[in-house]
Design a protein around this ligand. Sequence first.
Ligand SMILES: [Zn+2]
Ligand SMILES: [Zn+2]
Length: 438
Amino acid sequence: MVLYSPGRTSSYPEEAVKEGIRFHFLGGGNEVGNVGCILEDVAGTRLLLDYGLAPTKPPRYPNEAPKVTDCIITHSHIDHLGMAPWLASHHSTRLHGTALTGEIAMPMWNDCYKVSRIEGYPLSWDKRDIDEAVDLWQSHGFNEKITFHNWKWQLLPAGHIPGAAMVNIDTPTHRILFTGDFDTRDSKLVNGAEPIECDILFVEGTYGGRSHPPKKPEQERFLNRVTEVVSRGGTCLVPAFANGRTQDVLMLLHQNKPNLNIHIDGMGKFLAKLYLEHPEYLRSSEELEAAMIWAKKVSSKSDRKKALDADVIITTSGMLDGGPSIWYMNRLRDNPNNAILLTGYQARGSGGRKLLDEGKLPIFGTDIPIELEVDQFTFSTHCGHDEIISFTKQCKAKHVVVYHTDPHQARPPLVAALESQGHTVHCPVNGESYTIID
Ligand SMILES: [Zn+2]
Ligand SMILES: [Zn+2]
């Protein structure tokens, strides 16, 4: 299926910018994920920040990007880089990001391609385009100053996942900070993001209006639950996203429950290896390495059968949409001593959401009632409401653009809090252009 008619389906205007800075969200303005944001000034200097797709069912794609010579990718989640192969093959766009993001990009694109084939969803790029994207990748370290026409930009640590960056751009008229997905709190894997002063802050508002529970008690609740299940002879199935969550949960267990028998399965094993090849992006590569040596890595069918006797199995998919987690689920579901410990957000339409709402899970095509106990834990590595407000205050931003957010639930309380802090707040809609002059 053709999603774009190149050059004809872009929402981006052809007129030059007359004053100030123009921003235009191709996607991710008034929704979570699916991010693509164009910035342009009066000199015609133009950058695209992120170009992802939202892996919902069916996926959501951003509007077609206009011709851009350069795109900065904040991090390696598919909702921020999933469409980059299209850019590479249609516009030969140079892709910029940290070395680790570049390294993880290829397995993420390969996985996205594979899932689109299995699920029968259209993708506007194919496998060969991945090679072009890899060839066009340019890696940059944090704080490295890059000159781009009349702009200077640099990547700054964003917390969130290893390699994730915020983008700081100095134009002749404005200092801009684009957070990507970010967290100011430290996680097991990475240190939190630090604010810097800017004139225009683009802030992700995923958790607007919602505060995270304090980290320590939430971790203890999880660890206590594991102890409870294991002591009655059960196995905990911990569905976790491959890129960040798997390793975070593994390190938490390693540091607190070293006597347990833990197995990890899915792409998270491979990504942990890539993280360890770039220790400069980790809070402690020693601790991740120790946790990885400690855990039993599942890499064959017979390993998978052995894992059924484990205390804890950490595996993809994090939302119980296919992957090894469904294979385990199917075998663990008959023993009521076992339990499911969800570690992340369960999107509408996902297996995990169905399990929470209806107590059923689609297993190999059939909805099966699941009698096991299900718990959900908040291990988010996005800023919560309070962290967003305090970060924004410390950035002293005159203008704040709230994006990557649900426009009905999350954004209104965030906008109210930001306005009462004195910022001029902008609420972008996908496909619309906005100009900031002062
Ligand atoms: Zn995101
Ligand atoms: Zn992310």
